[in-house]
Design a protein around this ligand. Sequence first.
Ligand code: NDP
Length: 244
Amino acid sequence: MKMEDLTNKVAVITGASSGIGEAAARLLVQEGVRVVLTARRRERLEALAAELGDAAIAIPTDVSDPEQVQALFSQVRERFGGLDLLFNNAGVGYHAPFADSKPEEWQRTIDANLYGVLRCTHAAIPLLKGRPGAMISTVSSVGGRYGIAGWSVYNATKFAVVGFHDALRKELGPEGIRVALIEPGAVWTEWGHNVPAEVMHERRESLDALHPEDVAQALVYSFAQPANVLVEEILVRPVRQISP
Ligand code: NDP
């Protein structure tokens, strides 16, 4: 398979402290990419950065905080002078029938999954300009294509991300910046933390859920295409997951 050389490319990975983001960091470093690991849990990020060595730095950031996001991208500019990949992966979901859901959980979900994507993308665009093969890849979800009872606010944020990307692709495509989406089905991660662990476990087991590496591979595949090739959207789900 023809893949571009990713050596010394620079990537910011949000939500790198666990799950898909952590797997993406490992795989990108294997491909020679220099990664900036961000999330809120400092110890996790620092342990991962220590394991990955010189190719990784940890910059703890809450993507729902505008000042922290500005500080993150200022540091990226100072240290690397630009950016090749923004992987907007940080996200949360709270399960509840909408009638029983809590406004503070809507807020946290929208802040991370939508405002976090908007803020990081806005701050990253100036750094991506003029870099051949530059890319914004955002993790939406099968839940960004189909509504799922019990996940309405999460669905709302992921549908919003899909619409945002469709417009953004048209704005940034002429400048050579690739705007892409990855839409996973069920994955074995910490996601869904307000659902009892045994319920999530049973669901993932019954579906033979994806592993975080499966999603990370979709990212590397799309990023390693030639600069003129946009893999616009990858929906990747467990074969046994026949409904959302
Ligand atoms: P995890 O819960 O393992 O990872 C979520 C990551 O997001 C963590 O690193 C967490 O780090 C980070 N995060 C959450 N809120 C914030 C915030 N406000 N600021 C910064 N970082 C934040 O789950 P996944 O790896 O599964 O999730 C990654 C993405 O995949 C999410 O967008 C999720 O919606 C999506 N997804 C997951 C699916 C699944 O079945 N697992 C299916 C479809 C989509 P920290 O707590 O340290 O801040």
